[in-house]
Unconditional design. Structure first.
Length: 335
C-alpha cells in the first residue's frame, strides 16, 4: 500500500508539472515582434526562430474592412459632390455655397494629412490614413477641375438662356440690335437668311467667322444681327460654314454669350464694315440653327454625360488604387 501510495503521488506531481508547463506555453501571446513578449516569460528555445517570421503557421491577419470600404466610397462621394455643385445650378444660383464646399473639402484634406502624419509617428508603416489623405486630395482637386470645366463649357450658357428673353418673328431689315439686347433666342421672320457674300473671318490662333443675317436683297441701314462660329470659314472658298448654314429650315438664332470670343467677333465685324462699306451699330451674335431649344438641351445632356462619365472613371481608378494598396500592405504585414 505504501508503494502504491508513493507511485500515485509521483504520477500526480508529474501531471501538475505538465499542466503548469502547458499554461506557461499557452500564455505566450502571438506577435511578429520580439518586443511583444513579457520580460520574465521564457517562450522556449524554438521561439527565437519563429519570431523572425512575418507569418506563423496557422495564423492569418484580418483585413481592415472598414478602412477598405471607406477608401473606396468616401473619396468618390467627395469627388461627385464637388463635381455637381461646381458644374450645375448650385454654382449658378448660390455660388457662395459651391465655393464654400470646396473650402471645406480643402480643410478636410489638410486634416487627413495631419492625421496620417500622426499615425506615422506612432507606427513606422503609413498604412490607410496616408492612402486616404492622398485619394481625398485627388478627389477634391479633380472634382473642382471637372466641375469648373463642365460649368464653363456647357451649363453656364444653358442657364443664362433661361434668364434671357425669346423674340419671335424678328425682321433684321426693320428691327435694330438695341431693341433686342436681352435676347437669348430669336426666331426670325420668313425669307431671312445668312448672307454669304458679306462674310468675314478674323484670325487669332483660331479663326472667328461672321456673316450678317438679312431679310431681302436690299442693303440694310445697319447690319445688327450676325451668325458666328469658330474655325468654320477657313475653307478654300472662304465661305461661312458655321452652325446649320446648309439647313434650309434654319431661321433662328441662339445668342452667343462667350465674352472671350465676342470681342474677336466684333473685330471681324469691323473688318467686314471696312471691306464691304456697310454699317453695324449694335451687332448681336447668334449661332444659326433651326431649333435653339434643341441646342440648349444638347448642351445640358452633354454636361450630365460628362458628370456620370467622370464619376465612373474616378471610381474605377480609386478602386484600382485600393486594390493595389491592399496588395502592398499585405506584403509588409499591414492590412
Amino acid at each position: 500500500l505504501l508503494a502504491f501510495s508513493r507511485r500515485d503521488g509521483l504520477l500526480q506531481a508529474c501531471r501538475n508539472e505538465e499542466y503548469r508547463s502547458s499554461e506557461k506555453t499557452m500564455a505566450v501571446p502571438y506577435s511578429t515582434f520580439n518586443a511583444g513578449l513579457p520580460e520574465k516569460l521564457d517562450p522556449g528555445p524554438g521561439y527565437a526562430q519563429q519570431s523572425n517570421l512575418t507569418w506563423l503557421p496557422g495564423k492569418r491577419r484580418r483585413l481592415n474592412a472598414v478602412a477598405i470600404i471607406a477608401n473606396i466610397f468616401v473619396p468618390t462621394a467627395v469627388f461627385a459632390t464637388l463635381f455637381y455643385v461646381l458644374a450645375f445650378h448650385v454654382r449658378y444660383q448660390q455660388p457662395q455655397v459651391a465655393w464654400g464646399l470646396l473650402v471645406v473639402g480643402l480643410i478636410a484634406v489638410v486634416i487627413s494629412f495631419a492625421v496620417a502624419r500622426l499615425d506615422k509617428t506612432r507606427d513606422s508603416q503609413p498604412m490607410w490614413h496616408t492612402f486616404f489623405a492622398i485619394m481625398l486630395s485627388m478627389a477634391v482637386l479633380c472634382g473642382a477641375i471637372c466641375g469648373d470645366y463642365v460649368f464653363k463649357h456647357f451649363m453656364e450658357a444653358s442657364l443664362d438662356f433661361k434668364n434671357l428673353n425669346s423674340y419671335p418673328a424678328v425682321n433684321p431689315a426693320k428691327q435694330r440690335g438695341q431693341q433686342l439686347m436681352d435676347a437669348g433666342r430669336v426666331y426670325f421672320s420668313s425669307n431671312t437668311k445668312v448672307d454669304q457674300k458679306l462674310s468675314m473671318g478674323f484670325q487669332d490662333y483660331s479663326e472667328y467667322c461672321v456673316a450678317p443675317i438679312v431679310n431681302g436683297a436690299g442693303q440694310l441701314a445697319s447690319y445688327d444681327f450676325w451668325a458666328v462660329g469658330v474655325d468654320c470659314c477657313n475653307n478654300p472658298e472662304h465661305e461661312f460654314r458655321c452652325g446649320e448654314y446648309n439647313n434650309p429650315h434654319a431661321a433662328s438664332g441662339l445668342r452667343h454669350l462667350d465674352e472671350g470670343q465676342r470681342k474677336f467677333f466684333r473685330l471681324a465685324v469691323q473688318q467686314a464694315e471696312a471691306a464691304y462699306g456697310i454699317k453695324a451699330d449694335h451687332p448681336l451674335f447668334f449661332t444659326w440653327t433651326q431649333d435653339p431649344l434643341a441646342v440648349v438641351a444638347s448642351q445640358v445632356d452633354a454636361a450630365w454625360k460628362n458628370f456620370f462619365m467622370g464619376i465612373f472613371c474616378f471610381f474605377s481608378l480609386n478602386l484600382l488604387g485600393v486594390g493595389m494598396a491592399v496588395l502592398g500592405f499585405s506584403r509588409i504585414g499591414h492590412f
